[in-house]
Design a protein around this ligand. Structure first.
Ligand SMILES: Cc1cc2nc3c(=O)[nH]c(=O)nc-3n(C[C@H](O)[C@H](O)[C@H](O)COP(=O)(O)OP(=O)(O)OC[C@H]3O[C@@H](n4cnc5c(N)ncnc54)[C@H](O)[C@@H]3O)c2cc1C
Ligand code: SF4
Length: 527
């Protein structure tokens, strides 16, 4: 019983692991760019700055490629040089886009080599458009939680984040997050009257030693890749899988298309990094290359077979809006370098339709590249640095996520020279939804003692959240360009989709925990 899997990201990792545990022989083909070795693994952020021979090269890159230059579109953070392998362009994967800024990764571990580790289960209400419900996903959430280690707690967010089991104690709150949370606890009733709840983040970061990995030692280097692997990435699962019998990892392969006998996939065609083409005879094929890349492989295969490729519709992504804030009680205080760097609190907004609730991630500023913030202040450099220094410990960012639905106008198709054309049009009610959410969040932030600086709210472009889904949806209705509830293609009987392609709805929530759980669920049913 052999399976070929395309891709080595979060989806592929947990598909492959479950399939291997079931006794399948698993062969993974991946472009497989790999991370550089960890530098001084036990040094903290501050120690790195003072001890490295060339800290500027480490933090900003040999050619200053980590520097974010000022522009109207500037994000509040950039990616450090040691994440270059995650986002390096792949010339064989060509994209053209309209209304969407797509991001793809060809790394071993995929996009989650750069993720912030937020892991949020979907609720029963958020699964209402899916052909499966909470009971079918829950055991897989639990399995994945035990595999990767998730810290968090059942608290005021219990309705929003249902209990799946396997949680570890939450991470220690950094000082700023702790002060925000204690203010919330004192005013809890007023927050609830606003339909706003706050709770501890769920993080794929260890609060205690687990599965051979150490607990987070608060080195504050998360953005530069956790050197102790306390923060999970799928790369770790592949490192573990490579030692197991029945598992083969083939990096350096870009899968272009598959060939069929009409109804079944028979062969996979890949090009190697040396330019040579190779084929692999296939019994069962699993596309887990990320929603965009899986679609391209599928469309290219159909085009070669039938002379024309269909158009896939229903592409979804979470709109994200970044709302910086200043906690007035923390001005002129020292800032904390030795702490977990990413978000530690979540603030949700309830809605009449529970599918439309809003998910806000609260990150307090600790270690980070500060120049994108300093240069965005409407002051000269000297004054901006002075203000920033005194405000550092008071600064935070609320990342507001909105839900998305499958709509016919959001499409993927092949262009004349084989490029993947992505087209996205936001829903008509989006400005109203964003306006309403930001107003409620501003009130909530004021109740926390925080000031929202005018003119600094940043609407990220569609595509920036990298929560892509929905192009080959799972449904119980037997239609082409869909899958069964178990991710099996209705176009080719031995083909499965195990990434976000099959999601019928995208709640306002980071989706990767569900990608992993759903991939594991699909692997548990493959025959
Ligand atoms: C900065 C950042 C922060 C994020 N934070 C979070 C977060 O906190 N929580 C969360 O839930 N999500 C987060 N995400 C999103 C998350 O990383 C992705 O949803 C997730 O990694 C997608 O996993 P995937 O396996 O489906 O696809 P990918 O990660 O896209 O993996 C695709 C894999 O397929 C391989 N591949 C692609 N095409 C081919 C081909 N043609 N041939 C061979 N191999 C191929 C690639 O090499 C790669 O290994 C974040 C993303 C970014 C960029
Ligand atoms: S703070 Fe970040 S980099 Fe440091 S050990 Fe914890 S997860 Fe890793």
């Amino acid at each position: 019983m052999r399976l070929h899997v395309v891709g080595a990201g979060a989806s592929a990792a947990h598909f492959a692991l479950t399939a291997l545990e079931r006794g399948f022989e698993v062969v993974v083909l991946d472009v497989g760019r790999t991370r550089p070795p960890a530098v001084s693994p036990t040094a903290s952020f501050g120690e790195l700055k003072s001890e490295l021979d060339d800290p500027v090269e480490y933090f900003l890159g040999e050619h200053f490629e980590g520097v974010v230059l000022p522009s109207d579109e500037t994000e509040y953070y950039g990616f450090p040089p040691n994440k270059a392998h995650v986002f390096a362009a792949e010339e064989r994967f060509r994209l053209a886009s309209e209304g969407f800024e797509p991001l793809a990764s060809f790394a071993k571990g995929g996009l989650a080599e750069a993720w912030t580790g937020g892991v949020y289960p979907f609720t029963e209400a958020e699964l209402v458009d899916w052909p499966i419900g909470w009971d079918e996903l829950r055991p897989h959430y639990e399995d994945v939680a035990r595999r990767i280690g998730i810290s968090g707690r059942a608290d005021d967010l219990a309705e929003h984040l249902p209990d799946h089991g396997g949680l570890m104690e939450p991470l220690r709150l950094d000082d700023h997050s702790s002060s925000l949370f204690s203010t919330y606890e004192k005013k809890r009733e007023r927050f609830h009257a606003l339909g706003c709840r706050m709770g501890r983040a769920r993080s794929a970061t260890l609060s205690a030693d687990h599965a051979g990995r150490p607990a987070c030692s608060e080195l504050g280097r998360c953005l530069w890749t956790c050197p102790t692997n306390s923060l999970y990435t799928p790369w770790l699962t592949f490192e573990e899988l490579e030692g197991r019998e029945g598992f083969t990892y083939l990096p350096g392969r870009y899968v272009d298309h598959f060939e069929t006998d009409g109804g079944r996939v028979v062969r996979l065609v890949a090009s190697r990094d040396d330019g040579e083409q190779e084929t692999h005879d296939v019994e069962r094929l699993v596309l887990a290359a990320g929603t965009l890349s899986s679609a391209r492989v599928f469309l290219e295969s159909v085009r070669r077979e039938r002379g024309e490729a269909p158009r896939l519709s229903g592409l979804m992504d979470n709109r994200q809006v970044l709302q910086p804030f200043v906690n007035l009680r923390r001005l002129c205080r020292p800032w904390e370098a030795d702490a977990f760097q990413y978000h530690q609190l979540v603030m949700t907004l309830a809605a009449d339709d529970p599918r439309a609730s809003v998910h806000g991630l609260v990150t307090t500023l600790k270690t980070a590249l500060i120049h994108p913030i300093v240069q965005s202040l409407p002051l000269d450099l000297k004054s901006a640095l002075f203000v920033f220094k005194n405000a550092h410990a008071a600064l935070g960012l609320l990342n507001v996520n909105l839900h998305d639905t499958r709509r016919a106008e959001n499409t993927l198709e092949l262009g004349p020279s084989g490029e993947l054309r992505v087209r996205y049009v936001p829903p008509a009610d989006e400005p109203t939804r964003i306006g309403a959410a930001l107003r409620r969040y501003r009130r909530a932030l004021r109740m926390l003692g925080c000031f929202v600086p005018p003119g600094m709210t940043h609407m990220r472009p569609m595509g920036a959240s990298v929560h892509y889904a929905g192009t080959v949806p799972m449904t119980d209705e037997a239609r082409p360009l869909t899958t069964t509830r178990d991710g099996r293609s209705r176009d080719f009987e031995n083909l499965w989709f195990a990434d976000g392609s099959t999601f019928p709805f995208l709640p306002a929530k980071n989706l990767t925990f569900t990608l992993m759980a759903n991939a594991s669920r699909i692997a548990a049913t493959v025959s």
